[in-house]
Design a protein around this ligand. Structure first.
Ligand SMILES: *[C@@H]1O[C@H](CO)[C@@H](O)[C@H](O)[C@H]1NC(C)=O
Ligand SMILES: *[C@@H]1O[C@H](CO)[C@@H](O)[C@H](O)[C@H]1NC(C)=O
Ligand SMILES: *[C@@H]1O[C@H](CO)[C@@H](O)[C@H](O)[C@H]1NC(C)=O
Ligand SMILES: *[C@@H]1O[C@H](CO)[C@@H](O)[C@H](O)[C@H]1NC(C)=O
Ligand SMILES: *[C@@H]1O[C@H](CO)[C@@H](O)[C@H](O)[C@H]1NC(C)=O
Ligand SMILES: *[C@@H]1O[C@H](CO)[C@@H](O)[C@H](O)[C@H]1NC(C)=O
Ligand SMILES: *[C@@H]1O[C@H](CO)[C@@H](O)[C@H](O)[C@H]1NC(C)=O
Ligand SMILES: *[C@@H]1O[C@H](CO)[C@@H](O)[C@H](O)[C@H]1NC(C)=O
Ligand SMILES: *[C@@H]1O[C@H](CO)[C@@H](O)[C@H](O)[C@H]1NC(C)=O
Ligand SMILES: *[C@@H]1O[C@H](CO)[C@@H](O)[C@H](O)[C@H]1NC(C)=O
Length: 599
């Protein structure tokens, strides 16, 4: 740029001293050169963001491949365990110091140490979903074992000299983050990837959801042993757990209403609630604007009406008739033990279709359904499929992990989101980062299993304020063209009937199910968090390799490679002609000014 500026300065003097034809010639040359130079510079924002998008798509693709690679479960033994962020182990890989703010630890405070932290570029670390028990549920152990293979992907993409985190939040709640970074115990048990803004923005357009909870007498029965719950737990308790879990997983500007129904009554718990647009994600009590609804759900009791089949059709009709958000995706979720009246005559298909509402019925497995687990002896399948709805029999044990048990709902949301952005990456809204005291943005991309079910969401940290100028400005300019959460629902939504008629397939049936050895046991009980995470002298780490995986370099290289020869050629021709014209002894010599010494 300096050379260009100099050329501009010099030629201006020359132009004023010269003839008109030269002015025309030079201005053409200069405008081509300058515009090319500027265009190339402003591409930097696009190149930077395109690369961030490519990375999360790449990771999501690899996560899908890993999910299908059941064979890798067999190798998930102690020697291959995954490190949990708050279970320190002795004799791990050497850590290296990275430029990351660590004030949430409040530990490394001396001098520049507060902006430095020890991280592990040899592997990702995981976080367990609350309550972070070391006795892993099957789905959490499986996700941890299958996705440990992401480490090679992370290593390929990451640039240790530019600290940035990659992460994969799975639908089971297991979270994997690279480079590995320790946390204190509080953060380990309070971090829930599935409720983070990047995860939620990545899997859902604005939505209006009605949750219908069956509260008939039969819901008061204790659950079967399959649920592995305390003896007094009832089906209603399970339905409440799932409802409360879902209430946490809404995004700003969503609407949610909970409706209870039995054989005679259909009642709304306080009407439709708008999820607050300014939500404090660090507030452990969740959405305060939903507090009254949460209380009402907690207070739900089974009906006093003597045992009778519930009026599901009446409840669906009430829900479908009360949608009033034109631009939102409409979903009706039903939680029931399946003991409801099935009657095609009263099934409210018109109310559902006119609202383009997706009906998703979840049946809690029970011993009281006369063996008709999938209600195939009734006309229910015909009713559901007439409105392209879905029906699932929940996995009793997995209801202990409510958001996981509802993954077909999140799959539907993720598919709609993907269609709204034409298969592109969705950028989160800005949100306060947990890993650093910074406002973050994340490119997000969903990953699906081979059966089409959502397995998780990939994200990475982009801290725009940490970028150097002019890149920061260029990134912000280009950013306005990108897809962001929260989007409106697409105008036409594709729905297909999804009715479960057989028991769910066992995932990875021929592989050894992962045992507790999936995670490394805590065996370092003497060192402190400060000793493990602070950078000591804060000097640059000797371990820093400065390698640049695929990274900006490669992609920038491609686009620059295409532009540079053209610009170079045009500018060279301009420069040569200009140089020739000003040289003494040439035909135009008399007009050429003599420049005082080039520096
Ligand atoms: C990860 O994805 C990249 C790009 O799609 C692909 O080249 C690579 O083979 C994948 N790696 C694995 C381990 O699946
Ligand atoms: C670790 O995992 C790899 C890949 O699955 C496997 O090849 C290897 O045998 C495992 N090592 C042990 C000790 O289980
Ligand atoms: C862990 O982090 C939390 C949140 O920053 C902090 O309040 C707490 O004191 C820390 N606990 C320990 C043992 O360092
Ligand atoms: C919305 O959230 C903000 C910030 O947490 C809070 O100040 C405000 O009172 C909330 N509004 C409602 C209606 O709860
Ligand atoms: C279905 O509902 C209609 C209208 O209420 C009623 O006439 C009919 O008897 C019901 N059918 C069954 C099988 O209950
Ligand atoms: C998806 O990305 C492509 C390429 O950047 C762009 O042309 C297209 O408009 C995007 N689609 C949507 C719906 O944003
Ligand atoms: C985070 O940064 C803000 C603004 O820079 C500052 O006011 C605040 O004290 C910081 N918080 C912590 C926990 O360091
Ligand atoms: C690191 O980030 C800076 C911008 O903050 C960029 O100029 C540089 O190219 C990046 N390095 C690599 C290796 O990506
Ligand atoms: C949505 O509408 C457009 C234009 O009418 C059509 O091309 C597209 O196939 C529709 N998409 C779906 C999912 O129905
Ligand atoms: C602690 O656990 C790690 C990982 O499981 C292992 O590599 C290390 O050898 C263990 N250390 C001791 C002292 O048992």
């Amino acid at each position: 740029m300096r050379q260009v500026a100099k050329m501009v300065a010099k030629s201006r003097i020359w132009v004023f001293a010269g003839g008109f034809h030269r002015i025309v010639f030079l201005s053409v040359c200069l405008s081509v050169c300058l515009e090319a130079a500027l265009a190339q510079g402003s591409d930097a924002g696009k190149v930077y963001l395109d690369q961030k998008e490519l990375e999360v798509k790449w990771i999501a693709g690899n996560a899908s491949l890993n999910d299908a690679n059941c064979g890798s479960l067999d190798g998930c033994k102690a020697a291959n365990c995954s490190r949990v962020r708050c279970y320190p182990v002795s004799g791990g890989a050497p850590l290296q110091c990275a430029p990351a703010e660590n004030q949430f630890y409040g530990l490394c405070t001396s001098g520049g140490c507060k902006d430095q932290i020890q991280v592990d570029y040899s592997r990702s670390y995981v976080n367990l979903p609350a309550p972070a028990s070391t006795k892993l549920s099957a789905e959490v152990a499986r996700d941890i074992c299958l996705q440990r293979m992401l480490d090679s992907t992370f290593q390929t993409l990451s640039v240790p000299s530019n600290y940035s985190e990659f992460f994969f939040g799975s639908t089971s709640g297991a979270f994997r983050q690279f480079p590995g970074r320790e946390q204190n115990e509080t953060q380990c048990t309070s971090y829930e990837p599935r409720l983070r803004p990047w995860y939620l923005n990545g899997v859902s357009v604005s939505k209006d959801v009605k949750i219908l909870v069956d509260v008939a007498r039969s819901m008061e029965q204790p659950v079967t042993v399959d649920y592995n719950r305390p003896p007094s737990s009832t089906y209603l308790d399970v339905a409440k757990d799932i409802t409360l879990g879902l209430l946490n997983a809404f995004s700003p500007q969503d609407y949610v209403e909970v409706i209870s129904f039995d054989s005679v009554t259909v009642s709304s718990l306080g009407g439709s609630f708008l999820v607050n647009s300014s939500y404090d994600y660090f507030n452990p009590s969740g959405h305060s604007e939903l507090a009254a609804l949460v209380t009402d759900v907690n207070n739900l009791v089974a009906s006093s009406v003597p045992a009778a089949l519930s009026n599901l059709n009446g409840a669906i009709l009430k829900a479908a008739s009360s949608f009033n958000q034109l631009k939102s995706l409409k979903v009706i979720i039903v939680l029931s033990n399946g003991l409801f009246v099935v009657n095609s005559t009263t099934f409210p298909s018109i109310a559902l279709q006119s609202n383009k509402a997706k009906l998703m019925v979840y049946k809690l497995p029970t011993n009281d359904d006369g063996g008709d687990t999938f209600l195939l002896k009734t006309s229910f399948q015909k009713d559901i499929c007439s409105v392209q709805g879905s029906f699932k029999s929940l996995d009793a044990l997995a209801t202990a992990n409510p958001l996981y048990s509802m993954r077909s709902y999140f799959t539907y949301l993720a598919r709609i989101q993907l269609s709204a952005v034409g298969g592109n990456v969705t950028w989160s809204n800005t949100y306060p980062s947990v890993s650093q005291n910074q406002t973050s943005l994340s490119p997000t991309y969903p990953a699906f299993g081979s059966d089409g079910v959502l397995i998780g969401v990939v994200g990475s940290d982009v801290v725009i304020d940490k970028l150097d100028e002019p890149l920061r400005t260029l990134v912000l300019q280009d950013f306005s063209r990108r897809n962001r959460g929260t989007l409106q629902a697409p105008a036409n939504i594709s729905m297909t009937c999804d009715y479960q008629t057989t028991p769910a397939n066992v995932v990875c049936p021929t592989s050894t199910p992962p045992s507790s050895s999936a995670i490394c046991p805590r065996n370092d009980t003497s060192s402190t968090l400060a000793e493990r995470t602070c950078c000591g002298t804060c000097g640059p780490s000797s371990g820093s390799s400065g390698k640049s995986g695929l990274a900006a370099g490669a992609i920038a290289g491609i686009s620059i490679a295409a532009v540079v020869p053209v610009v170079t050629a045009v500018c060279t021709i301009c420069a040569i002609r200009w140089w020739r014209r000003r040289r003494p002894g040439q035909e135009d010599q008399g007009d050429d000014p003599v420049f005082p010494g080039d520096d």
